[in-house]
Write a protein that binds this ligand. Structure first.
Ligand SMILES: [Zn+2]
Length: 284
């Protein structure tokens, strides 16, 4: 194993290349759908989540971030803490953006120790939110806590569209063979609108560059080997009319990445990497 160690934990690059591609995609398909706007208190939570966070005046460093201070970013922490207990709701079919249907949302994966992807995604999103607020960026989350159901993937996309977001980042972690590791960034292709044609691929490339600059290794188990993946099957990306990408931070079934993801310090490192990618994209 080729390891890169830092204060944030140990990130591993597996020697084997191209392993478990089929299994990885299978998990991804199973793990990356969205949630449901139904008529109960949880929906109120989701609505609250769409309110923009203040640009944290006390933390703002406007002297260095004039270029990003007016930006709006939507962060979409994948899945939700009570999806698994509400399969009847999250398995409802919703439009996938390409004339077909797909499941409203899914439960996501977990580490072998049982730390859930939904919790990781939400914690990382909150870290990113705080970091971006410090740069004066308006941040909207697609869910305000990790104790609800959904929202569905189509609603998550609608939140980005309604807010006319400059960038949307769905935050996920993968679950595939233990030997596989590294992050990758997914965008919608073939493109369905102008935002998907040029801006989303650019956001994806900037995200890869920013996360790489933060010291995270790109995935060793997707075809491109460059941390980029173009897909037509993710409804949240297909339905976005603003630049949107989905980040698979790493593999929760890889012992070393799982260890990093399970600590607050490790999650902060993933968040820092995502923040770097976003700032690289916004600051132009
Ligand atoms: Zn996921």
């Amino acid at each position: 194993m080729d390891t890169v160690r830092s204060s944030g934990g140990t990130f591993t690059t597996a020697l084997a290349r191209g392993i478990a591609v089929t299994a990885g995609l299978g998990m991804l398909l199973a793990g990356c759908s969205p949630a449901e706007p139904a008529a109960d208190g949880e929906v109120g939570d989701e609505r609250a989540a769409t309110q923009r966070s203040a640009s944290a005046g006390s933390e703002r460093d406007s002297s260095t971030d004039a270029g990003v201070g007016d930006s709006v970013v939507v962060l979409d922490p994948g899945h939700n803490g009570r999806n698994a207990a509400n399969l009847d709701r999250i398995e409802r079919p919703v439009p996938n953006g390409r004339g077909d249907r797909k499941q409203c949302n899914s439960t996501g994966t977990s580490t072998d120790e049982g730390y859930g992807e939904h919790a990781f995604n939400f914690a990382v999103a909150r870290h990113v939110q705080r970091m971006l607020a410090g740069h004066g960026v308006d941040v909207v989350l697609t869910r305000s806590n990790d104790n609800g159901v959904g929202p569905c993937v189509d609603e998550r996309a609608a939140i980005g569209n309604r807010n006319d977001a400059d960038a949307v980042v769905s935050i996920h972690a993968d679950g595939t063979s233990a030997e596989a590791s590294g992050f990758h960034v997914i965008y919608s292709a073939p493109p369905l609108n102008d935002a998907q044609r040029t801006a989303a691929p650019r956001l994806a490339r900037d995200m890869v560059a920013g996360m790489s600059a933060a010291g995270l290794p790109t995935s060793d188990y997707i075809a491109s080997q460059e941390g980029l993946d173009a897909r037509d099957d993710l409804a949240g990306l297909n339905l976005s009319t603003v630049p949107a990408v989905l980040v698979e931070c790493g593999n929760m079934r890889n012992p070393e990445e799982a260890e990093a993801m399970s600590t607050s310090e490790g999650r902060r490192r993933y968040a820092d990497a995502i923040t770097r990618g976003l700032l690289r994209y916004l600051d132009r």
